[in-house]
Design a protein around this ligand. Structure first.
Ligand code: S3P
Length: 449
Protein backbone atom coordinates (compact mmCIF):
# COMPACT_ATOMS: atom_id res chain seq x y z
CA UNK A 1 0.00 0.00 0.00
CA UNK A 2 1.28 3.42 -0.89
CA UNK A 3 2.38 5.71 1.89
CA UNK A 4 -0.18 8.17 0.52
CA UNK A 5 -3.08 5.67 0.87
CA UNK A 6 -5.03 4.10 3.73
CA UNK A 7 -2.95 2.61 6.55
CA UNK A 8 -1.80 -1.02 6.26
CA UNK A 9 -1.36 -2.48 9.77
CA UNK A 10 1.08 -5.41 9.88
CA UNK A 11 1.93 -7.92 12.55
CA UNK A 12 5.27 -9.67 13.03
CA UNK A 13 5.39 -12.94 14.99
CA UNK A 14 8.36 -14.91 16.32
CA UNK A 15 10.26 -16.05 13.21
CA UNK A 16 11.77 -19.38 12.26
CA UNK A 17 15.57 -19.21 12.09
CA UNK A 18 16.24 -16.77 9.24
CA UNK A 19 18.22 -18.47 6.48
CA UNK A 20 19.21 -17.62 2.94
CA UNK A 21 20.42 -14.82 0.71
CA UNK A 22 18.90 -11.35 1.06
CA UNK A 23 19.33 -9.33 -2.14
CA UNK A 24 18.35 -5.84 -1.00
CA UNK A 25 17.44 -3.12 -3.53
CA UNK A 26 19.53 -0.25 -4.86
CA UNK A 27 20.89 2.54 -2.72
CA UNK A 28 18.32 5.30 -2.20
CA UNK A 29 20.83 8.15 -1.90
CA UNK A 30 22.69 7.11 -5.04
CA UNK A 31 19.43 6.52 -6.95
CA UNK A 32 18.19 10.09 -6.34
CA UNK A 33 21.54 11.53 -7.37
CA UNK A 34 21.74 9.38 -10.53
CA UNK A 35 18.42 10.76 -11.76
CA UNK A 36 19.18 14.38 -10.84
CA UNK A 37 22.70 14.48 -12.27
CA UNK A 38 21.55 12.46 -15.30
CA UNK A 39 18.92 15.17 -15.89
CA UNK A 40 21.62 17.87 -15.72
CA UNK A 41 24.01 16.14 -18.15
CA UNK A 42 23.98 16.48 -21.93
CA UNK A 43 22.88 13.19 -23.50
CA UNK A 44 21.74 9.81 -22.22
CA UNK A 45 22.68 8.44 -18.79
CA UNK A 46 21.94 4.75 -18.32
CA UNK A 47 21.14 3.42 -14.87
CA UNK A 48 20.83 -0.16 -13.64
CA UNK A 49 19.90 -1.21 -10.13
CA UNK A 50 17.89 1.97 -9.52
CA UNK A 51 15.79 1.73 -6.35
CA UNK A 52 12.19 1.69 -7.55
CA UNK A 53 10.79 2.91 -4.25
CA UNK A 54 8.24 5.73 -4.03
CA UNK A 55 10.84 8.31 -2.95
CA UNK A 56 12.97 7.76 -6.03
CA UNK A 57 9.96 7.47 -8.37
CA UNK A 58 8.84 10.91 -7.12
CA UNK A 59 12.27 12.28 -8.04
CA UNK A 60 11.98 10.69 -11.51
CA UNK A 61 8.63 12.46 -11.96
CA UNK A 62 10.15 15.74 -10.86
CA UNK A 63 12.98 15.42 -13.39
CA UNK A 64 10.37 14.88 -16.14
CA UNK A 65 8.46 17.95 -14.94
CA UNK A 66 11.66 19.98 -15.28
CA UNK A 67 12.18 18.84 -18.88
CA UNK A 68 14.36 15.71 -18.78
CA UNK A 69 13.24 12.52 -20.49
CA UNK A 70 13.25 9.71 -17.94
CA UNK A 71 12.37 6.23 -19.20
CA UNK A 72 12.07 2.86 -17.50
CA UNK A 73 12.87 0.05 -19.92
CA UNK A 74 11.32 -3.45 -19.92
CA UNK A 75 14.44 -5.03 -18.42
CA UNK A 76 14.31 -2.74 -15.39
CA UNK A 77 17.08 -0.44 -16.63
CA UNK A 78 16.45 3.31 -16.72
CA UNK A 79 17.67 6.05 -19.02
CA UNK A 80 17.72 9.79 -18.51
CA UNK A 81 18.10 12.23 -21.41
CA UNK A 82 19.50 15.27 -19.65
CA UNK A 83 18.90 18.91 -20.56
CA UNK A 84 22.37 20.13 -19.53
CA UNK A 85 23.40 22.39 -16.63
CA UNK A 86 21.11 25.44 -16.65
CA UNK A 87 18.69 23.72 -19.03
CA UNK A 88 15.74 22.97 -16.72
CA UNK A 89 12.41 24.56 -17.74
CA UNK A 90 9.64 25.89 -15.51
CA UNK A 91 7.39 23.03 -14.37
CA UNK A 92 3.69 23.58 -15.05
CA UNK A 93 2.52 22.16 -11.73
CA UNK A 94 3.55 21.71 -8.13
CA UNK A 95 6.45 19.28 -7.54
CA UNK A 96 5.26 16.67 -5.03
CA UNK A 97 8.18 14.82 -3.41
CA UNK A 98 5.96 12.53 -1.34
CA UNK A 99 7.82 11.38 1.77
CA UNK A 100 11.31 12.24 0.56
CA UNK A 101 13.47 14.81 2.34
CA UNK A 102 16.40 13.90 0.12
CA UNK A 103 14.31 14.32 -3.03
CA UNK A 104 12.89 17.71 -2.14
CA UNK A 105 16.09 19.21 -0.72
CA UNK A 106 18.31 18.07 -3.59
CA UNK A 107 15.80 19.20 -6.22
CA UNK A 108 15.48 22.60 -4.51
CA UNK A 109 19.25 22.92 -4.91
CA UNK A 110 19.19 21.79 -8.53
CA UNK A 111 16.54 24.38 -9.56
CA UNK A 112 17.73 27.24 -7.32
CA UNK A 113 19.99 28.76 -9.96
CA UNK A 114 17.34 28.71 -12.72
CA UNK A 115 15.28 31.87 -13.36
CA UNK A 116 11.79 30.58 -12.58
CA UNK A 117 9.56 29.67 -9.66
CA UNK A 118 8.86 26.15 -8.42
CA UNK A 119 6.35 25.16 -5.75
CA UNK A 120 7.20 22.08 -3.68
CA UNK A 121 5.01 19.94 -1.47
CA UNK A 122 4.98 16.47 0.06
CA UNK A 123 3.09 14.16 2.40
CA UNK A 124 2.21 15.03 6.01
CA UNK A 125 5.63 13.87 7.23
CA UNK A 126 7.57 15.93 4.69
CA UNK A 127 5.34 18.98 5.24
CA UNK A 128 6.35 18.92 8.91
CA UNK A 129 10.11 18.91 8.27
CA UNK A 130 12.40 21.96 8.35
CA UNK A 131 13.34 23.39 4.95
CA UNK A 132 15.09 26.54 6.23
CA UNK A 133 18.33 24.55 6.45
CA UNK A 134 18.26 24.45 2.63
CA UNK A 135 16.44 27.67 1.66
CA UNK A 136 18.82 29.74 3.78
CA UNK A 137 22.04 28.75 1.94
CA UNK A 138 20.17 28.80 -1.38
CA UNK A 139 19.20 32.44 -0.72
CA UNK A 140 22.94 33.26 -0.91
CA UNK A 141 22.81 32.31 -4.62
CA UNK A 142 19.98 34.86 -5.06
CA UNK A 143 16.83 32.76 -4.54
CA UNK A 144 13.75 33.81 -2.57
CA UNK A 145 11.47 31.31 -0.85
CA UNK A 146 7.96 31.59 0.57
CA UNK A 147 6.90 28.68 2.73
CA UNK A 148 4.58 28.02 5.63
CA UNK A 149 5.61 28.95 9.16
CA UNK A 150 9.13 27.73 9.91
CA UNK A 151 9.86 27.48 6.18
CA UNK A 152 7.78 24.34 5.88
CA UNK A 153 6.18 22.94 2.70
CA UNK A 154 4.27 23.79 0.61
CA UNK A 155 6.96 26.27 -0.37
CA UNK A 156 7.60 28.31 -3.49
CA UNK A 157 11.17 29.04 -4.48
CA UNK A 158 11.92 31.79 -6.98
CA UNK A 159 15.23 30.88 -8.60
CA UNK A 160 18.11 33.29 -9.07
CA UNK A 161 18.18 35.27 -12.36
CA UNK A 162 21.91 35.96 -12.10
CA UNK A 163 23.30 33.46 -9.62
CA UNK A 164 26.55 34.11 -7.80
CA UNK A 165 28.84 31.38 -6.41
CA UNK A 166 28.65 30.76 -2.68
CA UNK A 167 30.94 29.82 0.23
CA UNK A 168 29.00 28.05 2.92
CA UNK A 169 29.70 26.09 6.10
CA UNK A 170 26.88 23.68 6.93
CA UNK A 171 25.61 24.34 10.48
CA UNK A 172 24.28 20.75 10.86
CA UNK A 173 25.88 17.51 9.68
CA UNK A 174 23.66 16.97 6.63
CA UNK A 175 24.49 15.50 3.25
CA UNK A 176 21.20 16.88 1.98
CA UNK A 177 22.19 20.47 2.80
CA UNK A 178 25.70 20.00 1.41
CA UNK A 179 24.29 18.44 -1.77
CA UNK A 180 21.66 21.16 -2.26
CA UNK A 181 24.38 23.82 -2.20
CA UNK A 182 26.62 21.87 -4.59
CA UNK A 183 23.78 21.22 -7.04
CA UNK A 184 22.89 24.93 -6.98
CA UNK A 185 26.57 25.75 -7.52
CA UNK A 186 26.51 23.76 -10.76
CA UNK A 187 24.70 26.60 -12.55
CA UNK A 188 26.52 29.50 -10.87
CA UNK A 189 29.63 30.96 -12.52
CA UNK A 190 32.87 30.61 -10.52
CA UNK A 191 33.68 28.31 -7.63
CA UNK A 192 31.16 27.28 -4.97
CA UNK A 193 32.71 26.03 -1.73
CA UNK A 194 30.97 24.00 0.98
CA UNK A 195 32.66 23.18 4.28
CA UNK A 196 31.33 20.51 6.62
CA UNK A 197 32.72 20.13 10.11
CA UNK A 198 31.81 16.45 10.21
CA UNK A 199 32.01 14.23 7.14
CA UNK A 200 28.61 13.13 5.83
CA UNK A 201 27.84 10.73 2.98
CA UNK A 202 29.88 11.80 -0.01
CA UNK A 203 27.89 10.40 -2.95
CA UNK A 204 27.24 13.83 -4.48
CA UNK A 205 30.93 14.75 -4.60
CA UNK A 206 31.89 11.35 -6.01
CA UNK A 207 29.15 11.42 -8.62
CA UNK A 208 29.82 15.02 -9.67
CA UNK A 209 33.42 14.00 -10.39
CA UNK A 210 32.15 10.95 -12.28
CA UNK A 211 29.97 13.20 -14.48
CA UNK A 212 33.06 15.26 -15.31
CA UNK A 213 32.64 18.27 -13.00
CA UNK A 214 35.75 19.84 -11.54
CA UNK A 215 35.36 19.08 -7.86
CA UNK A 216 38.02 18.88 -5.16
CA UNK A 217 37.77 17.67 -1.57
CA UNK A 218 40.26 18.73 1.09
CA UNK A 219 40.47 17.70 4.73
CA UNK A 220 41.41 20.80 6.75
CA UNK A 221 41.37 21.92 10.39
CA UNK A 222 37.92 23.47 9.70
CA UNK A 223 36.56 20.22 8.27
CA UNK A 224 35.98 18.80 4.79
CA UNK A 225 36.12 21.53 2.16
CA UNK A 226 34.44 20.75 -1.15
CA UNK A 227 35.05 23.12 -4.08
CA UNK A 228 33.08 22.93 -7.31
CA UNK A 229 33.75 24.87 -10.50
CA UNK A 230 30.38 26.07 -11.82
CA UNK A 231 28.79 25.71 -15.25
CA UNK A 232 30.54 22.55 -16.43
CA UNK A 233 29.20 20.41 -19.23
CA UNK A 234 28.24 17.20 -17.45
CA UNK A 235 28.92 14.05 -19.49
CA UNK A 236 26.29 11.29 -19.37
CA UNK A 237 27.28 8.19 -17.43
CA UNK A 238 26.58 4.48 -17.22
CA UNK A 239 25.70 3.90 -13.57
CA UNK A 240 25.26 0.59 -11.72
CA UNK A 241 23.62 1.56 -8.42
CA UNK A 242 25.05 -0.55 -5.55
CA UNK A 243 22.73 -2.18 -3.01
CA UNK A 244 21.68 0.00 -0.08
CA UNK A 245 23.56 -0.50 3.24
CA UNK A 246 20.65 1.19 5.02
CA UNK A 247 18.28 -1.49 3.68
CA UNK A 248 20.84 -4.25 4.34
CA UNK A 249 20.68 -3.19 8.00
CA UNK A 250 17.25 -4.84 8.39
CA UNK A 251 18.01 -8.45 7.37
CA UNK A 252 21.42 -8.17 9.09
CA UNK A 253 19.93 -7.02 12.40
CA UNK A 254 17.09 -9.54 12.18
CA UNK A 255 19.59 -12.39 11.72
CA UNK A 256 21.57 -11.25 14.78
CA UNK A 257 18.55 -11.45 17.11
CA UNK A 258 16.52 -14.41 15.75
CA UNK A 259 17.90 -17.69 17.21
CA UNK A 260 19.51 -20.04 14.69
CA UNK A 261 19.76 -17.48 11.87
CA UNK A 262 22.43 -17.34 9.18
CA UNK A 263 21.86 -14.79 6.40
CA UNK A 264 24.06 -13.59 3.54
CA UNK A 265 23.44 -10.04 2.26
CA UNK A 266 25.54 -9.74 -0.91
CA UNK A 267 27.06 -6.73 -2.61
CA UNK A 268 26.77 -4.08 0.10
CA UNK A 269 28.74 -0.84 -0.21
CA UNK A 270 30.99 -0.19 2.79
CA UNK A 271 31.73 3.46 1.99
CA UNK A 272 32.99 4.70 5.38
CA UNK A 273 30.45 7.56 5.30
CA UNK A 274 27.66 4.92 5.40
CA UNK A 275 28.96 1.84 7.21
CA UNK A 276 28.91 3.00 10.86
CA UNK A 277 26.19 0.54 11.90
CA UNK A 278 28.21 -2.50 10.90
CA UNK A 279 31.23 -1.30 12.90
CA UNK A 280 28.96 -0.69 15.90
CA UNK A 281 27.36 -4.14 15.69
CA UNK A 282 30.78 -5.78 15.53
CA UNK A 283 31.87 -3.79 18.60
CA UNK A 284 28.77 -5.14 20.38
CA UNK A 285 29.96 -8.66 19.64
CA UNK A 286 27.77 -9.43 16.64
CA UNK A 287 28.75 -12.39 14.48
CA UNK A 288 28.87 -10.23 11.36
CA UNK A 289 31.58 -10.90 8.82
CA UNK A 290 32.60 -9.29 5.54
CA UNK A 291 33.09 -11.89 2.81
CA UNK A 292 34.48 -11.46 -0.69
CA UNK A 293 35.69 -7.89 -0.03
CA UNK A 294 36.24 -6.02 -3.30
CA UNK A 295 36.00 -2.65 -5.06
CA UNK A 296 33.13 -1.80 -7.39
CA UNK A 297 32.80 1.57 -9.13
CA UNK A 298 35.46 2.99 -6.81
CA UNK A 299 33.55 1.96 -3.64
CA UNK A 300 34.51 -0.78 -1.14
CA UNK A 301 31.94 -3.58 -1.33
CA UNK A 302 31.49 -6.89 0.54
CA UNK A 303 28.97 -9.66 1.10
CA UNK A 304 27.73 -9.37 4.68
CA UNK A 305 27.17 -12.57 6.63
CA UNK A 306 25.13 -12.26 9.81
CA UNK A 307 24.52 -15.10 12.24
CA UNK A 308 22.47 -15.25 15.43
CA UNK A 309 24.53 -13.55 18.16
CA UNK A 310 23.24 -14.33 21.66
CA UNK A 311 26.20 -12.69 23.43
CA UNK A 312 25.97 -9.09 22.23
CA UNK A 313 26.76 -6.41 24.83
CA UNK A 314 25.59 -2.81 25.05
CA UNK A 315 28.20 -0.14 24.19
CA UNK A 316 28.57 3.64 23.99
CA UNK A 317 28.34 4.51 20.28
CA UNK A 318 30.85 7.30 19.57
CA UNK A 319 29.07 10.57 18.75
CA UNK A 320 31.47 11.17 15.85
CA UNK A 321 30.13 8.03 14.18
CA UNK A 322 26.56 9.37 14.09
CA UNK A 323 26.60 10.75 10.53
CA UNK A 324 27.78 7.43 9.11
CA UNK A 325 24.84 5.52 10.59
CA UNK A 326 22.20 8.21 11.03
CA UNK A 327 19.40 6.20 9.38
CA UNK A 328 20.32 3.03 11.26
CA UNK A 329 19.72 4.15 14.89
CA UNK A 330 16.10 2.90 14.90
CA UNK A 331 17.07 -0.66 14.03
CA UNK A 332 20.18 -0.46 16.24
CA UNK A 333 17.88 0.37 19.16
CA UNK A 334 16.03 -2.90 18.47
CA UNK A 335 19.28 -4.91 18.46
CA UNK A 336 20.32 -3.07 21.65
CA UNK A 337 17.09 -4.26 23.32
CA UNK A 338 18.20 -7.87 22.79
CA UNK A 339 21.84 -7.26 23.87
CA UNK A 340 22.97 -7.34 27.47
CA UNK A 341 23.46 -4.00 29.24
CA UNK A 342 23.06 -0.41 28.20
CA UNK A 343 23.66 0.95 24.71
CA UNK A 344 24.08 4.73 24.80
CA UNK A 345 23.85 6.85 21.64
CA UNK A 346 25.00 10.47 22.03
CA UNK A 347 25.15 13.20 19.36
CA UNK A 348 21.99 12.18 17.54
CA UNK A 349 19.73 15.24 17.62
CA UNK A 350 19.33 15.08 13.81
CA UNK A 351 17.14 12.01 14.46
CA UNK A 352 14.47 14.36 15.74
CA UNK A 353 13.94 15.93 12.27
CA UNK A 354 13.84 12.82 10.08
CA UNK A 355 10.65 11.38 8.54
CA UNK A 356 9.52 11.35 12.19
CA UNK A 357 11.13 12.25 15.52
CA UNK A 358 12.94 8.93 15.52
CA UNK A 359 14.16 9.14 19.13
CA UNK A 360 10.61 9.61 20.38
CA UNK A 361 9.06 7.08 17.96
CA UNK A 362 11.49 4.33 19.01
CA UNK A 363 11.37 5.20 22.71
CA UNK A 364 7.56 5.07 22.84
CA UNK A 365 7.32 1.84 20.82
CA UNK A 366 10.13 0.03 22.64
CA UNK A 367 8.73 0.98 26.06
CA UNK A 368 5.39 -0.51 24.96
CA UNK A 369 7.37 -3.70 24.10
CA UNK A 370 8.77 -3.81 27.67
CA UNK A 371 12.18 -2.18 27.07
CA UNK A 372 13.58 0.65 29.19
CA UNK A 373 14.63 3.63 27.10
CA UNK A 374 16.02 6.95 28.36
CA UNK A 375 16.37 10.03 26.20
CA UNK A 376 17.51 13.62 26.07
CA UNK A 377 17.42 16.23 23.31
CA UNK A 378 20.42 14.74 21.49
CA UNK A 379 20.89 11.26 22.98
CA UNK A 380 19.08 8.10 23.93
CA UNK A 381 19.96 4.90 25.72
CA UNK A 382 18.43 1.44 25.65
CA UNK A 383 18.67 -1.02 28.53
CA UNK A 384 19.08 -4.37 26.83
CA UNK A 385 17.29 -7.40 28.24
CA UNK A 386 19.87 -9.96 27.06
CA UNK A 387 18.94 -13.59 27.70
CA UNK A 388 15.74 -12.55 29.49
CA UNK A 389 14.32 -11.50 26.09
CA UNK A 390 12.05 -8.66 24.94
CA UNK A 391 8.38 -9.14 25.94
CA UNK A 392 6.85 -7.49 22.81
CA UNK A 393 3.06 -7.78 22.61
CA UNK A 394 2.55 -4.15 21.60
CA UNK A 395 1.36 -1.97 18.74
CA UNK A 396 3.88 0.61 17.55
CA UNK A 397 3.10 3.73 15.53
CA UNK A 398 5.11 4.08 12.33
CA UNK A 399 4.42 7.84 12.07
CA UNK A 400 4.75 7.79 8.25
CA UNK A 401 8.36 6.65 8.73
CA UNK A 402 9.57 3.60 6.79
CA UNK A 403 12.52 2.93 9.08
CA UNK A 404 10.35 2.98 12.22
CA UNK A 405 7.87 0.56 10.61
CA UNK A 406 10.61 -1.87 9.54
CA UNK A 407 12.42 -1.66 12.89
CA UNK A 408 9.35 -2.74 14.88
CA UNK A 409 8.60 -5.57 12.45
CA UNK A 410 12.19 -6.78 13.02
CA UNK A 411 11.59 -6.53 16.78
CA UNK A 412 8.52 -8.77 16.48
CA UNK A 413 10.61 -11.48 14.78
CA UNK A 414 12.53 -12.13 18.02
CA UNK A 415 10.24 -10.83 20.80
CA UNK A 416 8.27 -13.25 23.00
CA UNK A 417 4.92 -11.84 21.84
CA UNK A 418 4.07 -10.42 18.37
CA UNK A 419 4.68 -6.77 17.57
CA UNK A 420 2.20 -4.87 15.43
CA UNK A 421 2.84 -1.75 13.37
CA UNK A 422 -0.11 0.55 12.71
CA UNK A 423 0.96 1.32 9.12
CA UNK A 424 3.54 -0.52 7.04
CA UNK A 425 2.67 1.54 3.92
CA UNK A 426 5.69 3.87 4.22
CA UNK A 427 8.06 0.91 3.75
CA UNK A 428 7.35 1.25 0.02
CA UNK A 429 9.27 4.54 -0.01
CA UNK A 430 12.66 2.83 0.37
CA UNK A 431 12.31 -0.97 0.49
CA UNK A 432 9.29 -2.08 -1.56
CA UNK A 433 10.28 -5.78 -1.45
CA UNK A 434 10.81 -5.84 2.34
CA UNK A 435 7.84 -8.13 3.14
CA UNK A 436 8.68 -10.70 0.45
CA UNK A 437 12.40 -10.62 1.17
CA UNK A 438 12.02 -11.06 4.94
CA UNK A 439 9.23 -13.64 4.44
CA UNK A 440 11.55 -15.58 2.12
CA UNK A 441 14.14 -15.77 4.91
CA UNK A 442 11.59 -17.15 7.40
CA UNK A 443 9.91 -14.09 8.94
CA UNK A 444 6.21 -14.32 9.80
CA UNK A 445 4.64 -11.08 8.65
CA UNK A 446 0.91 -10.72 8.14
CA UNK A 447 -1.56 -7.98 7.51
CA UNK A 448 -3.24 -7.19 10.84
CA UNK A 449 -6.96 -6.68 11.25
C1 S3P B 1 20.55 11.46 2.82
C2 S3P B 1 21.08 12.13 3.88
C3 S3P B 1 20.65 11.93 5.30
C4 S3P B 1 19.80 10.68 5.46
C5 S3P B 1 18.80 10.52 4.35
C6 S3P B 1 19.51 10.43 3.00
C7 S3P B 1 21.05 11.75 1.47
O1 S3P B 1 19.89 13.05 5.68
O2 S3P B 1 19.14 10.69 6.69
O3 S3P B 1 18.04 9.35 4.52
O4 S3P B 1 20.81 10.95 0.54
O5 S3P B 1 21.72 12.77 1.30
P1 S3P B 1 20.62 14.40 6.22
O6 S3P B 1 21.50 14.86 5.14
O7 S3P B 1 19.55 15.39 6.53
O8 S3P B 1 21.35 13.94 7.44
Amino acid sequence: MSSHGTPTPMISRKAEPLKGVAEVPGDKSISHRSLILGAMAVGETQITGLLEGEDVLDTAKAMRALGAEVVRHGDGAWSVHGVGVGGFGEPDDVIDCGNSGTGVRLIMGAVATHPFAVTFTGDASLRSRPMGRVTEPLSLFGTTSFGRAGGRLPLTMVGAESPVPVRYTTPVPSAQVKSAVLLAGLNAPGVTVVTEKEATRDHTERMLAGFGAEVTVEDTAEGRVISLVGQPELKPQVIAVPRDPSSAAFPVCAALIVPGSDVLVPGIGLNPTRAGLFTTLREMGADLTYENEREEGGEPVADLRARFSPDMKGIEVPAERAASMIDEYPVLSVVASFAEGITRCPGVKELRVKESDRIDAMAVGLRACGVEVDEGEDWFSVKGLGPEGVPGGARAEARLDHRIAMSFLICGMAAKQPVEVDDAGPIATSFPIFMDLMGGLGAKLETAG
